[in-house]
Design a protein around this ligand. Structure first.
Ligand code: ZN
Length: 77
């Protein structure tokens, strides 16, 4: 890994297999992976969609927005 203080993490939607990535700083990412803080605290300045990708990178249970919408709509019917 290069000595940059940031890079990109990638995760895959468990439903459709689409892969998404987001650029993150390594320090807050490491603290998140160690469980020191929640993604909401460490990445408070990021868009919710970006936080979802970071959380999905850790948990491997990412759902993309398209699949979220499909599941929510199914539950409404
Ligand atoms: Zn999907």
């Amino acid at each position: 890994m290069p000595m940059d203080d940031h890079g990109s993490v990638r995760t895959v939607c468990v439903e459709c297999g689409d892969s998404v990535q987001v650029t993150v700083d390594w320090v807050p990412l490491a603290r998140y992976l160690l469980g020191e803080q929640t993604v909401q605290v460490l990445f408070y300045d990021r868009a919710p969609a970006e936080r979802d990708i970071i959380a999905g990178f850790r948990s491997s249970t990412y759902l993309c927005e398209t699949c979220w919408d499909l599941i929510i709509n199914e539950e409404r019917q």
